[in-house]
Design a protein around this ligand. Structure first.
Ligand code: SAM
Length: 205
């Protein structure tokens, strides 16, 4: 996270208002995760898993490794695993996505929901994720990222000045983050009713 304000906010107030913020986009998140072509026995990494909002949309015949650096978000996530009885196929661990402790080519899929706009160095984290995904593996990005050439709204810059330090950036560009990585964008879908969030399906080659 690399800044104390963000670390404090993700360990104090954000985990408590976050579920209310996530509720309206739940059907869109589920639809985006369905873009992935899951197979029984797949290994799936969820960097910045937070309190586990993606988990109920992932089939239970795959194994999920969720990682996060916020103890509080992970703590809530672990409670949910027990509550929903999905603790058998999901493992949650504290780990920095910018330095993943997994071997190259370990995972069949990666799910990056509302993560690349929060992590301190999105390019570094993304390159780590690409490293641990197998060639041919799918990476789903569900986030409010811009595309190259998009013009941010007039309020984006002032909003970013405040929010990017404590919560999430609203001006990051997907094409800049993935530049130089062996990935192709295969599909893009709307990820909320207004299209601020999008589901991007990427494949590693
Ligand atoms: C906006 S939340 C998204 C949580 C979840 N993916 C979701 O869609 O609800 C972003 C998460 O990324 C985590 N995070 C930020 N930097 C990280 C890093 N370097 N490594 C792992 N997790 C990180 C935060 O702690 C937070 O839980």
């Amino acid at each position: 996270m690399k800044n104390i304000v963000k670390l404090v906010s993700f360990n104090t107030f954000i985990p408590f208002f976050y579920p209310a913020l996530m509720l309206p986009i739940k059907p869109w998140r589920t639809k985006a995760i369905k873009m992935l072509d899951f197979h029984t026995g797949d290994r799936v990494i969820v960097p910045g898993v937070g309190s586990g909002h993606d988990l109920s949309a992932i089939p239970n015949d795959v194994h999920v490794d969720g990682i996060d650096i916020s103890d509080v978000m992970l703590g809530i996530g672990k409670l949910k695993l027990k509550l929903f009885g999905i603790d058998k196929h999901v493992t949650l661990n504290k780990m920095d996505a910018e330095k993943l402790l997994f071997d190259d080519n370990t995972f069949d899929k990666a799910i990056l929901s509302l993560f690349l706009t929060v992590v301190f160095d999105a390019k570094k984290a993304f390159s780590e994720i690409v490293r641990v995904v197998k060639p041919g593996g799918q990476i789903l990005v569900f986030d409010h990222l811009l595309r190259k050439g998009d013009i941010p709204g007039v309020i984006a810059k002032p909003v970013d000045a405040v929010l990017s330090y404590s919560f999430a950036s609203v001006t990051r560009v997907l094409d800049d983050i993935i530049e130089g990585q062996p990935v192709t964008i295969e599909k893009v879908e709307k990820g909320d009713p207004v299209g601020l969030i999008k589901g991007f399906l990427l494949v590693k080659h």
